[in-house]
Write a protein that binds this ligand. Structure first.
Ligand SMILES: [Cu+2]
Ligand SMILES: [Zn+2]
Length: 247
């Protein structure tokens, strides 16, 4: 669309120079100044649209952006490894607002001999053509060490083979030039050492081991988020009523 608008502007500019030749003197100058102003305005509008990168979504709450990442086991993963599936949902109210994330994953081993926490990160590319291996390294737009990357979510406790977590104040964003839309979520086999491993890998990826499952973050409507929020509230209520511990 941007390209067609740009070519329309160029065609318009060509029309102006041909049309103007038929007029003479002052009238010609006036007309030409008006038309140049008009073209300048159109070009400047185009630049504004290119720079202000808010994803266009529909719905009544027009500033809120929702996203979903449908987690699936890596296509290059061995069959004897945990087959993790689930959803990671995102909600952000406005460009400078903090992002909220729901993690809902299943398929981890239920025995307790395995590591009880798993690392989850946002990786640079949303390219799953070679399983989760094509997602490259951690998304790191500001060239800082791990675990300061915007998608360093840290460790998640596994309970009964599942991860269920609602995180607030996540530093990644769905808006602007550093939007994580189109990038990948990667679920790892091991725990993140959070930069404390005293080796190179620790400051790059936290030595979190194999990539079990991944997905690409895509814009969604509010329905999935609203349903998850209701389910989560109902689950918390049930837990409180039964006097159980927090997950
Ligand atoms: Cu990772
Ligand atoms: Zn990282």
């Amino acid at each position: 669309m941007m390209l067609s608008a740009l070519s329309a502007t160029i065609i318009l500019a060509t029309c102006v120079s041909y049309g103007a030749m038929e007029l003479g003197g002052e009238e010609y100058n006036l007309k030409r100044a008006e038309q140049i102003n008009d073209i300048q305005k159109k070009v400047s509008d185009l630049w504004h649209r290119l720079i202000y990168v808010k994803p266009v979504t529909s719905g009544s709450d027009e500033n809120t952006v929702y996203a979903n990442c449908q987690v699936k086991p890596s296509s290059t993963l061995e069959a004897n490894k945990p087959q993790v599936t689930g959803q990671v949902l995102f909600k952000q109210l406005y460009p400078d607002g903090k992002m909220e994330v729901f993690f809902d994953l299943a398929g981890f081993p239920t025995n307790t001999r395995n590591a009880s926490c798993r690392a989850i990160h946002i990786h640079k590319f949303g390219d799953l053509s070679n399983g989760c291996d094509g997602t490259s390294s951690h998304y790191n737009p500001h060239e800082v060490p791990h675990p300061q990357h915007p998608g360093d979510f840290g460790n998640f406790p596994v309970k009964d083979g599942k991860i269920r977590k609602h995180r607030f104040n996540v530093s990644a964003s769905l808006f602007g030039p550093y939007s994580v839309l189109g990038r990948a979520i990667v679920v790892h086999e091991q725990e993140d050492d959070l930069g404390k491993g005293d080796n190179k890998g620790s400051l790059e990826h936290g030595n979190a081991g194999k990539r079990l499952a991944c997905c690409v973050i895509g814009i969604s409507g509010p329905e999935l988020w609203n349903k998850k929020a209701l389910d989560d509230a109902a689950r918390k209520k049930r837990r409180l009523q039964s006097g159980g511990k927090t997950a």
